[in-house]
Design a protein around this ligand. Structure first.
Ligand SMILES: *Cc1c(COP(=O)(O)O)cnc(C)c1O
Length: 421
């Protein structure tokens, strides 16, 4: 039996309607920016495997750090014990996080980091005897697939069966030059009702929405209103974190800093699943009490797994290095040049880039999981490029180590695909 047949026998893939799904490529190896399938075909990983493997697949320095850790301490309960990899990671993160972030809480993935953030915000007020139970989120936002994260997400298209179990969420439009005054008013009057615990947002770039970008100064005005009303702000940096927007965090480009931040995806460089929710000393102090029940009773079995911490620790060291900072600048320059060219194309509605993120919207509309969109995916794969168009948006978010030649190949394929859409 082939891998494909064996896969079909027992495996259920995410975001997949198996009755409509064609055979899946079997990836057996990955190195730097390249994936290799069982037929010997190579694909350039144009999205760093969902923005995780930013330092290149199987980065030898990270693999080495992880192997050393694996031979030393594999796993230990983090409730009741501590260990050097978690301590060292906390110190490394403090050096690059916005200065107001002081405490780190571990969980398993981006969705759980968001659930933790929401629970923190709700309990922050509960502990103080204040009834605030509502969360405000942005239209078109995406924050994950667990119940809390799903509730604040606007994009989860197929949520029908779960909607009646969602937490109380209200949504505001993403601020733009044209709507900013109305959005400010709407936000202000929602917050004036006094029942809002937190505002959650993907800073500067809404990833799953199709790398939609919005202005830092407009977001800053919204955050100012939240501060004025004493509403906690939660920056979901699961996608934008760790250099992708050109700075360590997207929040670095916005004057008002969040009270809580969510980190995952490239935190561990694609090596292991781990997430961190960070918060200010002030948030933490609302839980610090003689009363045991005021603590935060949330704990995942693999919290602060030492091996995952070692992967994160080495990744952060690489991110801070001159060579990786140069990669980010290099990719940004290339993206800008390509954007200039694409802007003029009649099938292109708009082009945007920030840091290593490039997004381009086509004038034709394509269903998010429709047939035409699948054709684009197949078109790229046949030419040795892995991209996942989001509806009618084609985006690139390559590993920092991608070469100029590999980038050019991706750009070229995108130009070619415009002929068939
Ligand atoms: C991917 C993503 C999540 C969810 O992370 P998972 O690890 O897939 O659970 C949450 N927020 C944002 C902004 C994301 O891009």
């Amino acid at each position: 039996m082939t891998f494909t047949d064996r896969d079909k026998k027992h495996l259920w893939h995410p975001l997949t309607q198996h009755k409509l799904q064609k055979d899946l490529p079997v990836i057996v190896k990955a190195k730097e920016a390249v994936l290799l399938d069982d037929q010997g075909n190579e694909y350039i990983d144009g999205i760093a495997s969902w923005y995780t493997a930013m330092y290149g697949h199987c980065n030898p320095e990270i693999v080495d750090a992880v192997s050393k850790q694996l031979g030393t301490l594999d796993q230990i309960v983090f409730s009741g014990f501590t260990h050097p990899p978690a301590i060292e990671l906390s110190e490394s993160l403090m050096a690059i996080l916005p200065k107001n972030q002081q405490k780190l809480f571990f969980s398993d993935n981006g969705s759980t980091s968001v659930d933790v953030a929401i629970k923190m915000a709700l309990q922050y007020y509960y502990n103080q005897g204040v009834k605030r139970t509502r969360i405000i989120a942005l239209e078109d936002g995406f924050h994950g697939d667990t119940f809390g994260a799903m509730s604040v997400s606007d994009l989860s298209v197929y949520n029908g069966p779960f909607e009646e179990f969602f937490i109380d969420v209200a949504r505001i439009p993403v601020p733009s030059e044209t709507n900013i005054n109305e959005v400010e008013q709407q936000f202000d009057s929602l917050l004036a009702q006094g029942n809002v615990a937190a505002f959650i947002y993907e800073p500067l770039v809404q990833g799953a929405a199709g790398m939609k970008m919005y202005r830092a100064d407009l977001l800053d005005r919204i955050l100012g209103i939240a501060k004025k009303h004493g509403v906690l702000t939660i920056a979901d940096e699961v996608m934008t974190g760790f250099g992708k927007t050109g700075t360590f965090f997207a929040s670095d480009q916005i004057p008002h800093k969040p009270d809580i931040m969510c980190l995952a995806k490239s935190l561990t460089a694609g090596i292991a699943s781990m997430a961190i929710t960070t918060c200010t000393q002030e948030v933490y102090m609302a839980f610090y009490d003689d009363e045991i029940t005021k603590g935060f009773f949330h704990g995942h079995t693999y919290s602060a797994n030492p091996t995952a911490c070692a992967a994160a620790q080495k990744s952060i060291a690489l991110l801070q290095s001159e060579s990786f900072q140069e990669h980010i600048q290099r990719i940004y320059k290339q993206h800008l040049q390509f954007a200039e060219k694409m802007k003029l194309h009649k099938k292109v509605k708009n082009v945007r880039c920030l840091g290593v993120i490039f997004g381009m919207e086509l004038t034709n509309t394509l269903d998010r999981y429709g047939e035409k969109r699948n054709q684009l995916f197949q078109f790229f794969m046949k030419r040795g490029v892995f991209l996942r168009p989001l509806g009618n948006t084609i985006y690139i978010l390559p590993p920092f180590v991608i070469s100029d030649e590999q980038l050019d190949k991706i750009y070229h394929c995108i130009e070619e695909v415009l002929e068939i859409v």
